[in-house]
Design a protein around this ligand. Sequence first.
Ligand SMILES: NC(=O)C1=CN([C@@H]2O[C@H](COP(=O)(O)OP(=O)(O)OC[C@H]3O[C@@H](n4cnc5c(N)ncnc54)[C@H](O)[C@@H]3O)[C@@H](O)[C@H]2O)C=CC1
Ligand SMILES: O=C(O)[C@@H]1CCC=N1
Length: 282
Amino acid sequence: MTLFEKEKIVFIGAGSMAESIIKGLLKNEILPPGQIWATNHSDDIKLNKLKTDYSIEATRDYNELFENATMIILAVKPKDVRESIDAIRSYITNDQLIISIIAGVSIDFFAEHLPDKMPIIRTMPNTSAAVGYSATAIAKGSYTTDEHLIKAKELFSAIGTVTTVEEDELHTVTGISGSGPAYLYYLAEAMEEKAIEFGLPQGTARHLIIQTFLGAAEMMNRTEESPRKLRQQVTSPKGTTEAGIQALEDHHLKRAIHECISAAVHRSRELEELYKPSTKNN
Ligand SMILES: NC(=O)C1=CN([C@@H]2O[C@H](COP(=O)(O)OP(=O)(O)OC[C@H]3O[C@@H](n4cnc5c(N)ncnc54)[C@H](O)[C@@H]3O)[C@@H](O)[C@H]2O)C=CC1
Ligand SMILES: O=C(O)[C@@H]1CCC=N1
């Protein structure tokens, strides 16, 4: 018997992250499409697309949606969290498992709005889930058992790596790996723009950038060397890299990156404040 043989997983908020996770679950045959259900607020096109593309079940009939549901994955935007919790509360019992992928919103917030002793797990995946490369971090709540944790880890392993952290560490995780793909795309965007300006065909530039990112990531993965050491190995005295890195230093890029991560972490903490238990101030 597989770990998920008796599970019915319900996605609340069938948007892009839910789709990425669903894709990973099906690709890795973690559970069959018939055991995956999804709903969203009003995006009929997306709901129908999920049904057609992945053969999963999709409905806005909550009686049908929650019938025999065992795991509920909350995947709405933070701004929609109160409305979605209000809508599902009466269908939830504490023999189910709640897993949130919502940035910033605390386990305590969900606990306050759901039945007593509710097992709740909070996670932070990233969009690379769509290709099986998410760096997901996972934190448990007070009523989460080892079995819940094992199941959640198995589930998110289908879309990449899983790292267990304390809940408070999820703010930093969000600033690093949750938002991280966007920082790297931003860098790729800038590199591609300049390559094209200097006359490289877009396709050539794209390939070279992708391979450079993959190669650098693989070097970090396979060697024990620090990123600083690896950077120094590229940098010949009076060579091209030295000239390039000097321009980055002149423009304080490292400071900008530090500020970027601080801003993202700060925003995650702000979201937690907005959705503190017993507040209605969003
Ligand atoms: N996009 C990303 O890179 C990542 C996002 N997250 C978190 O994942 C969550 C979802 O993000 P996305 O998938 O990008 O957003 P999205 O906008 O693509 O999906 C959200 C979905 O929620 C639905 N929705 C809104 N209100 C609802 C309600 N009351 N009941 C049911 N469904 C409702 C919307 O119709 C939409 O389909 C967010 O909370 C975000 O913090 C986490 C990690 C990475
Ligand atoms: O931008 C956001 O709020 C979400 C959380 C991490 C990545 N995207």
